[in-house]
Design a protein around this ligand. Structure first.
Ligand SMILES: *Cc1c(COP(=O)(O)O)cnc(C)c1O
Length: 229
């Protein structure tokens, strides 16, 4: 297995190529390092290589790591996991971004509970493409209403959309999912100018996501290798 720093450099080169291939300026795609279940030593390596954005899925694990990394003052923390209502207070206090808001109740609680000494919380609305009720996220049909509600909340800044399309080997289906999300993003952005982030693409599909307009990719295994169980 390669080291974290090598993985980061290889990935950054690929991102630069994909940006160029899709006619977008260099640096237009943000690399979010998904550090869930990875030890803080790996986060330190990634930070030393210049990464600033880190994504975590579990509140307690994230808070423990943040405490151990307090000396690195310029890290930006993103919450990307499913959100239960009893976790909103901790999330609103300890993160800069939340990507996984799929219900109005959660958006309202995050705004109410965001401490006033912090800047507004950056929020992406999670879209559930498959419309299975077991999955988190809002449906495409309900996305416009949830964006409007979220945009009206005082302590939240609506930044964009996030999605985790079901993994598939069918490239055409995958491409169609990304195109659907991209179109929805463009449509909603025209009503909500603060929306500048399309959070789509993970280790196994980020190339195709960038080609379809993703502005932020969330990579775990591509940077850190397999997650310790
Ligand atoms: C774990 C996770 C990722 C990273 O997945 P990899 O396949 O390891 O890149 C990205 N997004 C979300 C929401 C995740 O939970």
């Amino acid at each position: 297995m390669n080291g974290v720093i090598d993985n980061i450099h290889t990935t950054q080169e690929k991102i630069a190529e994909l940006e160029q291939q899709s006619g977008r300026p260099r640096g237009s795609v943000t690399l979010l390092a998904v550090s869930k279940r990875q030890p803080v030593s790996r986060i330190r390596e990634a930070a030393a290589a210049g990464l600033r954005n880190f994504g975590e899925n579990y509140l307690q694990e994230a808070v423990d790591k943040q405490r151990q990394l307090e000396d690195l003052s310029n890290l930006i923390w993103h919450f990307i996991g499913p959100i239960q209502s009893n976790k909103t207070r901790g999330i609103s206090k300890n993160f800069d971004w939340v990507h996984s808001v799929g219900r109005s109740k959660i958006a309202k609680r995050l705004s109410e509970q965001r401490p006033l000494y912090l800047k507004p919380l950056n929020v992406c609305i999670q879209i559930n493409l498959s419309e299975e009720d077991t999955k988190s996220g809002t449906t495409i049909t309900q996305a416009a209403d949830l964006c409007a509600l979220t945009d009206s909340l005082e302590n939240i800044r609506l930044r964009g959309l996030m999605a985790i399309p079901a993994p598939t080997d069918n490239r055409e289906a995958q491409r169609e999912n990304f195109i659907t999300l991209s179109r929805l993003f463009d449509e909603l952005k025209s009503k909500h100018p603060s929306m500048d982030t399309l959070s789509m693409g993970m280790s196994n599909d980020y190339g195709r996501a960038i080609l379809q307009g993703s502005t932020l990719i969330r990579l775990g295994t591509a940077l850190f290798g397999p997650r310790p169980s």
